[in-house]
Design a protein around this ligand. Structure first.
Ligand code: ADP
Ligand code: MG
Length: 469
């Protein structure tokens, strides 16, 4: 295949990591162009959703830079566009307006439709996708921290020994905290260790839909067989959706029993603990509690920073510490949102051919109505205190002990301890390499004086007001 899409692919290849390029972009097929809209095809629903959610902006930006004009991209699953394609008749003369670059697509024609090759021996990536797993959701891509450590460890133990350690594993927690990611990581790891393991991944809604199809086609035997006889590891996402659906629960109950009794591993995720699942029968809720129940909490600052750094690295984005700090401190409750912020900023930066700047990040957060946590750093404190007293930052970091300098220095140390998360030794280090006992003494002194000294209290509030700006 030619020209524009190839050029776009080459461009994309420079903008994402090679891992991502291989997983997501390489197999996208150009199908046809319709005015300013490029229609692209991917293998399945999962790819489509993933690309739409994460890479649409990036693809459009690349396309735009290649074509030289704005282009929209529509993603379809293989075959989706076949009927609607205005296939250019090969005998037709080339369009007269060859000057318009956007028309170049038209001359490319439709991509040769790939014959569905019956995969006898699947490669590892094929195996992953075939098992309903997202290759990105591996343990390698997961950042463990205090908020998810327990669940992370349980998942690793299960992946090492499916069916033998905790069974079932029930993971619960809020939206966008990595439940699905860990669920898939189990599947990927199981397959890595044993490519012959039969891993099935589906949401409880998909389970229900398959059940309905089975009922409609009066083919309940094969519905049951696929779970009961063809599955070693069953990964069910968002089990809470079976609440209130009686026949689904009935069927799931039997599936659960059959798998459990033959020592097959079951892992489920949910937004609530088994006890709190509304509309789920007691016999299921009690079964969900038979093994291990593990919850995931929102990540702490450190973990959020580590997640951002990891994602930036995977996506080949340059992410400065200041920007990372701003994003991690502003987007707090949901990793998906944190990640989405980075992806969009990354796409914007790629598009403008610059790194992600603080300004861009601030602008973006403002647009998204995300309150920006003020960044109070030791440097900022030193600068503001120095300005206020008419001395220099170097004075504060230096070793002179005249009162005109040592007093502001103590204020700045006190404010650093109060308004940043740095330890005494770290504050000492940033104050030109002072001992932590010096910092401690300054903090103690001001804590003692402040409650009884109105003018000092007033001064502190004034400095703090400046810090918040
Ligand atoms: P949930 O299923 O809990 O709603 P997901 O598993 O879909 O959340 O996670 C949302 C996004 O955040 C995914 O892209 C996932 O890769 C990412 N994510 C969540 N937690 C982590 C983590 N600890 N390390 C790396 N990525 C994470
Ligand atoms: Mg999920």
């Amino acid at each position: 295949m030619t020209d524009i899409w190839q050029a776009t692919l080459s461009d994309l290849e420079t903008k994402v990591s090679s891992h991502n390029f291989e997983s997501w972009f390489k197999n996208i097929q150009f199908h046809h162009q319709d005015g300013k809209t490029a229609h692209l095809e991917v293998a399945d629903e999962f790819y489509k959703a993933w690309i739409e959610e994460n890479y649409l902006d990036l693809i459009e930006a690349s396309l735009r830079s290649v074509v030289g004009a704005p282009m929209d991209v529509v993603i379809g699953i293989k075959g989706a566009f076949d009927e609607v394609t205005p296939t250019p008749a090969p005998a037709e003369p080339p369009p007269a307006r060859t000057t318009s670059q956007t028309d170049l697509f038209a001359s490319m024609g439709a991509a040769p439709s790939q014959e569905a090759t019956a995969a006898v021996e699947m490669s590892f990536p094929e195996l992953i996708v075939h098992s309903g797993l997202n290759p990105r959701y591996s343990f390698e891509e997961f950042v463990a921290g205090p908020s998810n450590q327990f669940t992370h460890a349980a998942c690793q133990a299960i992946a090492d020994n499916p069916g033998k350690t905790y069974n079932p594993l029930f993971i619960f927690g809020g939206v966008g905290l990595g439940k699905t990611h860990l669920l898939h990581a189990v599947g990927i790891e199981v397959l890595r260790k044993n490519p012959h393991a039969r891993v099935m991944t589906l949401s409880s809604e998909e389970f229900m839909n398959q059940l309905i199809t089975g009922l409609r086609q009066k083919d309940m035997n094969s519905f049951r067989a696929q779970f009961r006889n063809n599955c070693d590891v069953l990964l069910i996402d968002d089990i809470q959706f079976i609440g209130g659906k009686d026949s689904t629960q009935e069927e799931f109950f039997h599936t659960f029993n059959a798998l459990f009794n033959s020592g097959k591993q079951i892992v489920m995720t949910s937004d609530k603990s088994p006890k709190e699942l509304p509309g789920v029968e007691e016999r299921l809720r009690s079964r969900f509690s038979w093994g291990l129940i593990a919850d995931i909490q929102p990540p702490e600052m450190e973990t959020r920073l580590a997640i951002l750094k990891k994602k930036a690295e995977t996506d080949g984005l340059h992410l400065g510490d200041d920007v990372a700090l701003l994003l991690a401190s502003s987007v707090r409750s949901n990793v998906r949102e944190l990640e989405g912020t980075l992806v969009r900023l990354g796409a914007q930066a790629n598009f403008m051919n610059t790194p992600i700047t603080l300004e861009m990040a601030r602008e973006y957060l403002k647009r998204m109505n995300i309150e920006q946590t003020r960044q109070i750093t030791i440097d900022k404190i030193i600068r503001i205190v120095a300005e206020h007293f008419g001395i220099s930052a170097a004075d504060i970091k230096g070793s002179r002990r005249t009162r005109a300098i040592s007093e502001p220095r103590q204020y700045a140390m006190y404010l650093s301890r109060k308004h940043t998360e740095h330890s005494y030794p770290e504050i000492g280090r940033q104050f030109g390499g002072k001992d932590h006992t010096t910092v401690l003494a300054a903090c103690r002194k001001l804590e003692r004086l402040l409650p009884n000294d109105d003018s000092m209290g007033h001064l502190m509030r004034e400095l703090e007001a400046q810090l918040e700006r």
